[in-house]
Design a binder for this molecule. Structure first.
Ligand code: ZN
Length: 292
């Protein structure tokens, strides 16, 4: 039997509405979006809590409210962010929110991300040839990663191993080898396009390079994502190579498709992966596949 494909909806990140007006911000908007994406086949929703003006909102209460609202509407699995990165020396601070949410089964996240390395997060404008945010570093020290993996294991949260390049993948493989991340491990292979230079390009070659270095001696499931680029172009490749897909308007406005809503992106993704011969996984299928 062909393995089912997991569609993860990455609905908002810190996107504003200047390009795509459909980005959900409030708890109600996020919950409604999650339910509509679920109807189109998404089994996981990744989201960031936001204020009504779109600014980041990072409190346990906001995440708890959002998760309760999502779960009151549908059975989608929830994958909240760890929040805006900072360069402080407080690794506990960044996971405080999800480990607190995990104390109550009603608000326990099913997944939480671990970005398995540090990277520059500047933006480059090819027309003006100018960097902006040139001082921005997304710092994830290795002792912090070990701590996150241990704490998520204790809290019953499945880590999403977010890898931006091959070094991240090798470090993630080490965390599995150390017994800090259970198999099957769930990798998110991040690519970056547009103004973001830091990851593999969002092309077949960029994805292929990731795939070449996934640990072969471990049970691994992988999903693909592009920050700043059209992931639908890689949907067929991901489906044919046995992977999963994590699209959404949080990472890219899909302006060449007239800025669709998240559920419209999900519908297009579902159509593309079905055409490539894969059936869509339900949340229960995902629980079984990933050992939640
Ligand atoms: Zn995110």
């Amino acid at each position: 039997m062909v393995k089912k494909i997991i569609l993860e909806a990455r609905i908002n990140e810190y996107a504003m509405r200047d390009e795509n007006p459909h980005v959900p911000w409030t708890a109600d908007e996020i919950a409604e979006t999650a339910a509509r994406c679920r109807e189109e086949g998404a089994s996981i929703v990744h989201f960031h809590a936001r204020n009504p003006d779109g600014s980041p909102l990072h409190t346990v209460e906001a995440y708890a409210e959002t998760i309760r609202k999502i779960r009151s509407k549908c059975d989608i699995l929830v994958h909240p962010t760890l929040g805006w990165f900072s360069n402080d020396d407080d690794p506990e601070g960044r996971i405080h929110c999800v480990t607190n949410l995990a104390k109550d089964p009603d608000t326990r996240p099913d997944f939480a991300p671990i970005d398995t390395g540090s990277t520059n997060l500047e933006m480059y404008d090819r027309e003006t040839r100018i960097f902006s945010h040139a001082d921005r570093v997304y710092e994830n020290r290795t002792d912090t990663l070990e701590h996150y993996a241990r704490e998520f294991g204790r809290a019953g949260i499945k880590p999403v191993l977010v890898t931006w390049s091959i070094g991240f993948t090798r470090r993630a493989a080490a965390l599995i080898e150390m017994g800090l991340v259970a198999e099957p491990a769930y990798f998110l292979l991040n690519m970056t396009d547009g103004p973001y230079l830091t990851g593999h390009p969002g092309t077949r070659e960029g994805l292929e390079a990731h795939l070449q270095f996934l640990p072969r001696d471990r049970r691994v499931e992988w999903t693909a994502n592009i920050v700043g680029g059209n992931l639908l172009d890689l949907a067929e490749m991901a489906a044919r190579r046995g992977g999963h897909l994590a699209p959404g308007i949080g990472d890219y406005s899909y302006r060449e498709l007239s800025c669709p809503s998240n559920e419209e992106v999900m519908r297009m993704a579902a159509r593309a992966v079905r055409a490539a011969g894969r059936e869509i996984a339900s949340p229960q299928d995902v629980r079984e596949m990933l050992g939640l």
